[in-house]
Design a protein around this ligand. Structure first.
Ligand code: SIN
Length: 492
């Protein structure tokens, strides 16, 4: 790795922040130590950000607690206006933000632009929701009582997010928190802090008051910072996106303070192609669903089940399309797919490919590393049911095809995992579409639709993929508490 930082060329250079953000101020770590951030596409050093820890996290929580006293009392309309201002500023800076996402995450610029639009849609959506946190009037059991149910912001929220969507995973938590009147402490992923810091900068520019958004950057201290967020009694809610294993740990750590939690954890999405499907549409869907962000999303297809009579056609058409991908550096023109985030990600894909091949799978496309953090987009045919890739999420560009015969068989196969985030099926038989959608043990089903992600839907899983919903009309509820006010003294 070169020791000279190579930052991206931005129109708005103010977006590139290399400090933590507490109480609307850009701050170093207490010890002065920093950690390097590199571009996964070429290994270049992008810069250093503060290695913050427990003491800085506590200061961020204190700032958020102080801010909550006043921010929680602002009107919903004023928070709607604030969110709309953030939305407008992100739109104005979208090209620069996309460049930041590309250099620190690796995804191609077109995908990064898509992420900025997607991420920003949460500000727009929750600006709308801010003014709709309705309560209820409930007929009372006693003639002297009147029951009013109101919604209130829950308090300071901890936001813990992954590197795969450096902007969108933050905005889909931050926007509803602000809409509800909450204040936040965000712990950024070590790989992608710059996108989060740029969003914090734009929040400040939009007039978000001091202490409402705080950002703690950390790499080595991540475990202590996560623990502090979960154990600090001033934090009332934690929203986490990441692995099931870390989710279990955070849940344990949150138990002493009984925090409200929403967790979006690992997936292992089945993608089912029935023999009555439009095969070309299913191939296009598999490309979009499996290879989005080079397979590094929790909702990516992981296990592709294809019914016997269309299996050969589907497999050869898919391999042909994958062969036409242009793997390369995210900022280079024409790149369709980028690098993986780090060596550990390549090792996992390699392990899943090797295991499947050892068990008899056939490589139709790719199958190996091609230098740096790049792994050739891969299609494997005849992957046995018990192959590692069918039991564990790959989180990489590996399409593993397994043949099936009947609807009952494939539903059983699809449900034979302990996680349940998303599932997909291609079929033109409406009865089958309903039966399979209802039968899949997942939080979200795409029928003839490979991309589900939108701000307007309740995003989340079942089983060990977690709980709580992000986006949709449900998303803001995660940041609210429900209070009954029972009013007596009515009858004379
Ligand atoms: C994720 O990978 O966790 C989220 C992907 C999305 O929102 O589409």
């Amino acid at each position: 790795m070169s020791t000279i930082a190579k930052t991206p060329e931005l129109n708005n250079t103010n977006l590139w922040k290399s400090k933590g953000f507490i109480n609307n101020e850009w701050v170093e770590s207490d010890s002065g130590s920093t950690f390097p951030v590199t571009d996964p596409g070429n290994g270049n050093l992008l810069g250093h950000v503060p290695e913050m820890g427990v003491s800085e996290t506590r200061r961020a929580v204190d700032a958020a607690s102080e801010a909550f006293k006043t921010f929680s009392k602002t009107t919903a309309k004023s928070r709607q206006d604030l969110l709309n201002k953030v939305f407008a500023l992100i739109n104005e800076n979208a090209d620069d933000l996309a460049k930041i996402v590309t250099v620190e995450n690796g995804k191609p610029l077109a995908d990064a632009k898509g992420e900025v639009v997607y991420g920003n849609s949460f500000f727009e959506w929750f600006a709308g929701e801010a003014v709709r946190t309705y309560g209820d009037v409930v007929p009372a059991a006693n003639p002297d009582l009147r029951n009013i149910v109101i919604k209130q912001p829950i308090g300071v929220c901890g936001i813990l997010t992954p590197w795969n969507f450096p902007i969108a995973m933050i905005t889909r938590k931050l926007a509803p928190a602000i809409a509800a009147g909450c204040t936040t402490v965000i712990k950024t992923p070590a790989e992608t802090p710059y996108s989060a810091l740029a969003v914090a900068h734009l929040c400040k520019e939009a007039g978000v008051p001091a202490g409402v958004v705080n950002v703690v950057t950390t790499d080595k201290n991540v475990a202590e910072v996560g623990k502090e967020v979960c154990e600090n009694p001033a934090i009332k809610k934690v929203s986490f996106t990441g692995s099931t294993r870390i989710g279990q740990l955070l849940m344990q750590q949150s138990s002493q303070t009984l925090k409200k939690l929403s967790f979006e954890l690992g997936g292992n999405a089945p993608f089912i192609v029935f023999d009555d499907a439009d095969v070309d549409a299913a191939v296009a869907g598999a490309i979009a669903c499996k290879f989005r962000s080079s397979g590094q999303t929790c909702v990516c297809a992981n296990r592709i089940y294809v019914q016997s009579s269309v299996y050969a056609e589907f497999a050869s058409k898919l391999a042909q399309k994958v062969d036409a991908f242009k793997l390369g550096y995210g900022l280079d023109e024409g790149t369709t797919h980028g690098p993986l985030i780090a060596e550990r990600a390549l090792e996992k894909v390699e392990q899943h490919v090797d295991d499947a091949v050892k068990r008899g799978a056939e490589v139709l496309s790719g199958g190996k590393r091609v230098g740096g953090n790049y792994f050739a987009p891969t299609v494997l045919a005849n992957v046995p049911e018990d192959a590692l890739v069918n039991c564990d999420e790959t989180f990489g560009p590996l399409a593993a095809l397994t043949k099936f015969d009947t609807e009952e068989q494939v539903i059983a196969l699809a449900n034979n995992v302990d996680v349940g985030l998303a599932g997909y099926l291609y079929s033109r038989d409406i009865g089958r579409v309903w039966r399979v959608s209802e039968g899949l043990e997942v939080g979200m089903v795409g029928t003839n639709a490979p991309i589900l992600s939108q701000a307007c839907i309740p995003f989340g899983g079942q089983k060990m993929s977690g709980f709580g919903r992000e986006g949709g009309k449900q998303g803001i509820e995660e940041y609210l508490t429900t209070k009954l006010i029972a009013m007596g003294g009515i009858t004379v």
